[in-house]
Design a protein around this ligand. Sequence first.
Ligand code: B12
Ligand code: SF4
Length: 502
Amino acid sequence: MRVLLVHPSPLLYSEVYLRLEPLGMECVGAALLAAGHDVRLIDLQVFKRPDLERELARFRPQAVGFSVNYLANVPEVIDLAKLIKQRLPGAFVFCGGHSISFITEEVIAHGDGAIDAIVTGEGETTTPMMLEQAPDVDGLPGVATARGKGPRPTLQTDINAIRPARHLTRRRRRYFIGELDPCASIEFSRGCPWDCSFCSAWTFYGRSYRLADPAVIGDELQAIREPNCFIVDDVAFVHPEHGMAIADEIEKRGIKKRYYLETRCDVLIRNREVFARWAKLGLCYMFLGLESLDADQLKLFRKRVTPNQNFEALEIARELGIEVAINLITDPSWDEEKFTAAREWATRVPEIVHLTVATPYPGTELFHTDRRRLTTDDYRLFDIQHAVTPTKLPLREFYAQLVETQSIINRKFMGWKTAVDVSRILAGQLARGQTNFLRMLFKFASVYNVDRFHGDHDKPVVYGMRKPEDYPVKPTPDDLMVHVKVSTGKRRESAEVASSSV
Ligand code: B12
Ligand code: SF4
């Protein structure tokens, strides 16, 4: 079958800081190729709508699949699905990905016949099986249609079996994160054994944590042409021996790259020697979700770390020479005083401090337990940059404070001064025709501005999101789980790692 996979347009965050390859869709693409399908992929973070139209006309796909990892992309994907059905009425249109796995019923209803099926959970096993049966896919495990949902899918037992088909993505030079330009992505592990109340990683993967074979990673890194790699794991190097084994493979092959990863503060403290070794191998940036400077707030998030651990982790990263991007969650209840305190702290520390807004996402516990009512049903505002629950300050003032605090990044790490400071890096990139980082340095003000944030709330809502109060029964955490519960030795081990860190 001719299958076209489509990734929607970038979110606000990606308009400035980064644009990364759609790794999940490349995994689905690899599984479809292995099943004998003719597969093409178009990423609208890089391509434009007319490119998609051209692809439809030339390739005439018999099936079109959309990736919906991000809730804010839902309306765009519904509109695109409708467009595809108009152009190619016989095509089988389906979606898959993280966010959409939690809201299948409402999206299929919005699609009004344009979305034939939604794959819930991991796509590698379900998607080829579904296309084998298409269009009669009702009742298959992990497949939702207008007539209901099949049983929950089972997690893949082996994440080494299918690795991303990177050759499916075109214009790969457009993928970057900060000065790592160009940048590929790679997955070392899948899942997260913790259970933070604001996060859906654990409801999606059922608190499992699976590891890729270090030798497979070594081969993959060797095959990646880009000099930089973003490691997409939710929490990198939970198991120190895994991090060390991958490091061995890198050294054995003499691979020289620079890396960016995301981890938890307690993992960094516990496995300091792994990060120290990786710093020597090229780990130069790290994303740490501190989330809050306040102990009570951290408890509410069930983050299972203390502010002291957070500060200790920052010290370690500084000693290792790894540049840290910190995430702090701004709460809509913040007043001027709270913002001022955050600003003072963000100005004082040498790290890059990102601010996001607390957002109850479908699939998280917070969505069903937060007593505040959502102020909007516009999917597009659920990008953790907008306030979707009542703000203590008037909304415009809230955004004014938020943007002023976010703009510390602009003052410290962007603009002309930074361009001069990093002129050698820029010169090297320009010599190779890479301009993503240079453009990034001057984009902040056009994206992060009060008028835009505030104005986004006035856009007409065509597809309304189902709010917590619209659920007939309040789901339990178990109801939120996307996959069947599996009890393997590895999984128990992961849970122990998590609880031993509490
Ligand atoms: C890596 C990552 C990023 C990267 C960028 C990834 C990218 N290419 O854009 C970074 C760190 C930059 C990032 C940024 C953001 N992220 Co992010 N990110 C992730 C993370 C940790 C892993 C995603 C990943 O690559 N996984 C590995 C691949 C192999 O898995 P996958 O993509 O899920 O794909 C599988 C399935 O989903 C499915 N599938 C996927 N696509 C398709 C398509 C079809 C057709 C089918 C059938 C199946 C299918 O099959 C795949 C294989 O099994 C997830 C959390 C998570 N564990 O999923 C959060 C997550 C997706 N991000 C999230 C958020 C909020 C953001 C930001 C908005 C945060 C911000 N600071 O503003 C930004 C927006 C970025 C953007 N794209 O514009 C939220 C999404 C919340 C939501 N409900 O919308 C998540 C769930 C994190 C969380 N815990 O809440 N992110
Ligand atoms: S540790 Fe990170 S990925 Fe895991 S549940 Fe908490 S926020 Fe989500």
